[in-house]
Design a protein around this ligand. Structure first.
Ligand SMILES: Nc1ncnc2c1ncn2[C@@H]1O[C@H](COP(=O)(O)OP(=O)(O)O)[C@@H](O)[C@H]1O
Ligand SMILES: [Mg+2]
Length: 248
């Protein structure tokens, strides 16, 4: 579904080059969930931004659904690509505070200029799937963190984008709420056969993935195939090694 080949990205900070991504290559299959773990500043967010066409790599090739476009980072194509292909979920939910829950979830459909009848039906279904029907007329601030992240997931998935990108989506949530959010997210992924990439520092969250890619200094330094919660200790062990610099 997604193929990333030899992608590199360098930023200039006060005139000094910082290589955020160094020759990154991997593939993500349809229906697959990959977790990305890594040290702070290792390029995890940069990778998600590049995949969402929010930032352009210096070199390398990104192929989505078998299609490669040199212009995917140029407007208006980048905006079309984001609207049609990508669902993005953030740590801080990024909900619009003046809109109701229902209106927040409906936003991407408005951007796609869908009819009012379609919007009402799709948002109704999503509110049901997310267990948010009783909250639809409330504002984000009236909801708990876990509920707000459910709204953000509903908004990201309402158009059924083939590629879902999540940056520390449980970073502000406790363990039980995180597990609850991951159950919702993997349930939706399986229902709609979506591909997902999620950055996390939580080994429990990573056990929900099919594979874990470990980042350090802009490079993939390790990879782990995952079958469930029993893999938590192994994942934590590799992550600890990377944090303490042992495997480099
Ligand atoms: N927009 C930017 N401008 C300049 N430097 C950036 C920018 N975004 C990220 N960086 C730098 O690139 C490196 C990787 O950052 P990032 O991808 O945010 O890491 P992570 O998400 O793994 O913590 C860091 O050194 C960071 O300072
Ligand atoms: Mg980051």
């Amino acid at each position: 579904m997604l193929s990333v080949e030899n992608v590199s990205k360098t930023y200039k900070i006060a005139g000094n080059p910082v290589q955020a991504l160094k020759d990154i290559s991997f593939t993500l299959k349809r229906g697959e969930l990959i977790a990305i773990m890594g040290t702070s500043g290792s390029g995890k967010s940069t990778l998600l931004h590049v995949l969402a066409a929010l930032d352009e790599p210096d070199t390398g090739k990104i192929t989505v659904n078998g299609q490669y476009s040199k212009n995917m980072f140029k407007e208006p194509r980048a905006t079309d690509y984001r609207r049609d292909m990508i669902g993005f979920i953030f740590q801080s939910y990024n909900l619009l505070k003046d809109l109701t829950i229902e209106e927040n979830i409906a936003l991407p459909l408005l951007l796609k200029e869908q009819s009012q009848a379609t919007i009402t039906r799709k948002v109704g279904e999503m509110l049901y799937l997310m267990g948010l029907e009783d909250w639809k007329h409330h504002r984000p601030i009236q909801l708990s963190g876990g509920q707000q992240q459910r709204v953000a997931i509903g908004r990201a998935l309402i158009t059924q984008p083939p590629l879902v990108l999540a940056d520390e989506l449980t970073g502000n949530l406790d363990t039980n709420t995180s597990k609850d959010i991951l159950r919702v997210l993997t349930g939706m992924k399986n229902k709609f056969n979506q591909s997902m990439l999620m950055v996390t520092h939580d080994p429990i969250v990573a056990t929900y993935a099919d594979r874990v890619l470990f980042f350090h200094d802009g490079e993939i330094v390790n990879e782990y195939s995952c079958s469930g919660i029993d893999d938590m200790d192994a994942i934590m062990h590799i992550f600890q090694q990377i944090l303490t610099g042992q495997s480099i």
